[in-house]
Design a binder for this molecule. Structure first.
Ligand code: C2E
Ligand code: CA
Ligand code: CA
Ligand code: CA
Length: 278
């Protein structure tokens, strides 16, 4: 568990020129990825600890590159943010995810909450609330089934504009979740000021459990605090049964991670929903 949360994607270090060249090529490719239908979503189940049922999913984007194969979002999302491409890509993600949630509902007669990641750039886009409204309207998804995941950094950026946007989103009726909780600026202040439904404890705290006593203390404290604020707590990156047992003891509400299910195709999720419904 020593290299918990480490990102090894950049280990293949090449010369600077090579890196710049491949960066430019990737950007050119990313510009065309949307229109060429090279992006797709996988969905990772979020499981209720007490009922053990699937109650939600998180949409996670993938890029099927024509030459390089499947590229991880850890590689192309930062590039999409730098170039502003995250705005159209993010809109596509939102629409696709809402549409998927609605079609599972039709297919399985079960409602599942859809969590969608929003990057800071998208959050700052003045059209965000319109984009969210039209994705909901066009798909017919109930706003209470959509949860937007924001990081602490996004909320801390610019207090005034942040409040306006959050107020608009609240008006629409969607839920907000703080992603990677505990790794950002963590000024607890915004938890009081903003209407946030859930906290996602970052994977880096979960991955050393149950042995790592410091991470156990932090995890337990986050859960207690969140419950004190009437928030739902999600633990992400749950990889073992022992971690699940400990999180259950700590009173964690929802769990997400390879132990419960890898990010999966719509069919696999539909199967889980059908099983859970019986
Ligand atoms: P994230 O939002 O923190 O998403 C969780 C990441 O942890 C996902 O990586 C997921 O596949 C991975 N994961 C889930 N369970 C486990 C586990 O048990 N162990 C480990 N080691 N990892 C687990 P993924 O799909 O590669 O996404 C990486 C990041 O890319 C996401 O981190 C998110 O920040 C970003 N991302 C993905 N999709 C989108 C998107 O549609 N829009 C935006 N803006 N960002 C996205
Ligand atoms: Ca997330
Ligand atoms: Ca996360
Ligand atoms: Ca993360």
């Amino acid at each position: 568990a020593k290299n918990c949360g480490k990102n090894n994607a950049k280990l293949y270090s090449s010369s600077l020129t090579m890196q710049i060249m491949s960066h430019v090529k990737l950007e050119v490719g990313l510009r065309k990825a949307l229109q060429n239908h090279e992006l797709y979503l996988l969905y990772q189940p979020q499981i209720d600890v007490r009922s053990t049922e699937i109650v939600g999913v998180e949409a996670l984007v993938r890029w099927r590159h024509p030459e390089r194969g499947i590229i991880s979002p850890t590689e192309f999302i930062p590039l999409a943010e730098e170039t502003g491409l995250i705005v159209p890509i993010g809109e596509w993600v939102l629409r696709t995810a809402c549409n998927q949630a609605k079609s599972w509902q039709r297919q399985t007669r079960r409602s599942v909450r859809m969590a969608v990641n929003l990057s800071a750039k998208q959050f700052k886009d003045e059209n965000l609330s319109q984009i969210v409204v039209s994705a909901l309207d066009d798909t017919g998804l109930d706003p209470r089934l959509l949860e937007l995941e924001l990081t602490e950094g996004t909320l801390m950026d610019d207090a005034k504009a942040t409040l306006v946007t959050l107020e608009q989103l609240r008006g629409i009726g969607v839920y907000l979740s703080i992603d990677d909780f505990g790794t950002g600026y963590s000024s607890m202040n915004y938890l009081k000021r903003f209407d946030v439904r859930s906290l996602k404890i970052d994977r880096s705290f979960i991955c050393g459990l149950p042995q790592d006593s410091e991470n156990a203390a932090i995890t337990r404290a986050i859960i207690a605090m969140a419950h004190g604020l009437k928030m739902v707590v999600v633990a992400e990156g749950v990889e073992t049964g022992e971690q699940l047992v400990l999180l259950e003891q700590f009173g964690c509400d929802l769990v997400q991670g390879y132990y419960l299910g890898h990010p999966a195709s719509p069919d696999v999720i539909a199967g889980m929903l059908q099983k859970a419904g019986t």
